[in-house]
Ligand binder design. Structure first.
Ligand code: AMP
Ligand code: TRP
Length: 329
């Protein structure tokens, strides 16, 4: 069976963009692949985090993975810092990666621009840790949103270079980026992606744990385009984004949706979209609340054990190929 690996950071709140761009596909693919879903708390600390909040958010994200439909009986769910191999492989790959290729990462450039000379070393090295996550599991496919495409290309480059210089060690993974939903835009500013880190854009971001009032309010205030027609049209990004969300959440075809809203106004679309979203979120929120703490602990413990056993084999192989094992007779 081929393998998939993916992860999300336990910072801020999980939003519809995360779900439609990534989590939804993890759920859809988990039975076709041997699947590993990680809560990447080591990526989260590339920015200062309150330790108590980080620990709570890590558990909350694990609950959300399960609540959206990740089945711990078929998929391995674990916390990144529980498997030390991730950090160890990062060092080996640091010695293969080049400054110039990390400097080209648009996410790094964006963060560096905001923080200038105070930008952390961890922010710079973030894509190498991500490559380690993926390569440790001999991953074939990585289901992510559009914003991770460049990091995936770097991961592939590092795997190919390592294999060339030290002998076959890593599978070279492919990205899985959905055709629709890979880049859900902010409801407040359709030129920006929906994002949990951007505090000023809270109003444009539907969180999976938002209550009914918040969902109605955010859709009601969503920015629209000029014109009145309700059609899928990339040149009208606000309406296109609302229709994309509608399409993915209730599985109606684009044609059906356009017919349904033919001659109607934006208020009708926003109102219906809010109700569709509320219905979609309700069972997820109920499941998040109902997952027992001890059960969650057991899932994460078993997940880490299973992940570690696989990660160890790859790490040892990489160390042996680099001459790091076998120096002592
Ligand atoms: P993060 O929360 O940044 O760790 O992201 C988790 C996953 O959600 C990654 O695969 C991202 O590519 C995806 N993602 C984040 N924001 C969006 C968005 N606005 N639209 C689609 N996918 C997204
Ligand atoms: N960098 C990813 C993001 O912010 C999260 C991530 C870390 C990840 N390690 C990964 C995604 C490995 C896929 C595979 O969205």
């Amino acid at each position: 069976m081929k393998r998939i690996f993916s992860g999300a950071q336990p910072t801020g709140n999980v939003h519809l963009g995360n779900y439609l761009g990534a989590l939804r596909n993890w759920v859809a693919l988990q039975r076709e692949y041997e699947s590993f879903f990680c809560i990447v708390n080591l990526h989260a600390i590339t920015f200062p985090q309150d330790p108590k909040v980080l620990a709570a958010k890590t558990r909350e994200l694990a609950r959300i993975y399960l609540a959206v439909g990740i089945d711990p009986n078929v998929s391995t769910v674990f916390v990144q810092s529980d498997v030390a191999e991730h950090t160890e492989l990062t060092w080996l790959l640091n010695c293969v990666a080049r400054m110039s290729e990390l400097e080209r990462m648009t996410q790094f450039k964006e963060k560096a621009r905001k923080q200038q000379e105070n930008v952390g070393v961890g922010v710079f090295d973030y894509p190498v840790l991500m490559a380690s996550d993926i390569l440790l599991y001999q991953t074939d496919l990585v289901p992510v949103g559009e914003d991770q495409k460049q990091h995936l290309e770097l991961t592939r480059d590092l795997a190919i270079r390592f294999n060339r210089d030290y002998g076959q060690t890593f599978a070279v993974p492919e990205p899985f980026i959905p055709k629709i939903g890979a880049r859900i835009m902010s409801l407040a500013d359709p030129a920006k992606k929906m994002s949990k880190s951007d505090e000023e854009s809270e109003a444009g971001c539907i969180m999976l744990l938002d209550d009914v009032d918040a969902v109605r309010r955010k859709f009601k205030r969503a920015v629209t385009d000029s014109g009145t027609e309700i059609r899928f049209d990339e040149s009208r990004p606000a309406i296109n984004n609302l229709l994309t969300i509608y399409h993915l959440l209730n599985d109606r075809s684009a044609e059906e949706i356009e017919d349904h809203f033919n001659g109607q106004g934006y208020a009708k679309l926003k109102g219906e979209l809010a109700e569709v979203t509320i219905e979609f979120l309700k069972p997820i929120q109920e499941r998040v609340r109902s997952i027992d703490d001890d059960k969650l602990d057991a899932i994460l413990r078993q997940g880490a054990e299973k992940a570690e056993a696989i990660a160890r084999v790859t790490l040892n192989h990489a160390k042996r190929n680099m001459g790091l094992i076998g120096a002592r007779k």
